[in-house]
Design a protein around this ligand. Sequence first.
Ligand code: HEC
Ligand code: HEC
Length: 364
Amino acid sequence: MNRLMWVTAVVVCAVGCSRCTDPVECADCYPEPTPYDLDIPAFFPPMDIPADNPMTVEGVELGRYLFWDPNLSADGTVSCGSCHLPSASFSDPAPVSTGVGGAQGVRNSMVLVNVGWSPSFFWDGRSVTLEDQVQIPIPHPDEMALPWHEALARLEADPDYPGRFGAAFGDPEITQERTAKALAQFVRTLISKDSKYDRWRRGETSLTDSEFNGYEMFLREGGDPETTPGGQFGGDCFHCHNEAGTLFTDHLFRNNGLDASFEADPGLAGVTGMPLDSGRFKTPTLRNVALSAPYMHDGRFATLEEVIEHYNSGGVPSSTIDPFMKYTTGGLALSPVQKADLIAFLHTLTDTVFIHNPAFRDPR
Ligand code: HEC
Ligand code: HEC
């Protein structure tokens, strides 16, 4: 529909739509969208949803179509879902993703799990709202490489989208802002809450001895009690991958001791320009971590065993290493059984209900 036609339609709607409840009766008028009942699971904190982007059934559904639409990339081959695969907990099994024309990014794709609780986005936190974040991949040359004006033209030319925008936003106008709002609404629905860990927290199942020991290791301070005040011979994971709210991240930016220098990727410092932020990256959630290999911002570790070895070694000292990486000398000194227990616990965070949820899949 061209601009003049829809302006006319909006005027007609403004006059006639209060009575119009059936879209067939009045092609360009739409009933009020249906509020989406976002079910916040037990033990989770409330989710902050922007007042100007309330969740609606029609908005989420539109977001789902957009998320899976390769037509939003320059050559029609790459959708959001190409780098955020359900089987990998909405991340990418490759260390760095491949965008349009074989372009390679520099970072590992991030899981999209409980992202609605996050106060900032990307490994370096450069977006502070989800509505902002979801606008980046479409024109990004290494990702979907489609300028926004072209993306909007394609959506307008599509037989289906104007109606979907109308159902979600009250009139069929297609804008970058509305596209972003719908994508953000869909991403907020990607909630994982049915792992074995969740069922255990709800009293529906029990953990094996190894899983439970791993859980305790996760929550215990590291260090030899003989030599370290408060030391409990633990894994010391909980400081950063905070269990409170069951999100398994503190949402902060930390240097977990991967490198001694940060030329390859300055992390948060690339956004703030502050040398003290060098090598600091967003603490990722550990939900579904057994599905989201490879690990870290650059995908350097192929397995959870390698990750545990990294922490057990204590990490590489540097000027910005996190104060919670306390054992750069001597490491955590975990036994083989303790390491296996920690990994068994991490596997309890796998949520197969989540990755198979048909509501998250390509609707076409
Ligand atoms: C070519 C691969 C690729 C495509 C396509 C892609 N992403 Fe991503 N996504 C990534 C990578 C890589 C990162 C991390 C980048 C960084 O930190 O610099 C990321 C990060 C994110 C994050 C941040 C998560 C967090 O916890 O901070 C969200 C949300 C996201 N993508 C959503 C989307 C949406 C929505 C689309 C489609 C509009 C999309 N992505 C398309 C690869 C991709
Ligand atoms: C000082 C804070 C801190 C501590 C302590 C910590 N982590 Fe991390 N963890 C991080 C940060 C930050 C990252 C991302 C670092 C990066 O990619 O540069 C991370 C990444 C990970 C990853 C990779 C996740 C992914 O999606 O790539 C796993 C797995 C992990 N940590 C598990 C653990 C376990 C298990 C422990 C305890 C043995 C632990 N962490 C202790 C901060 C911490």
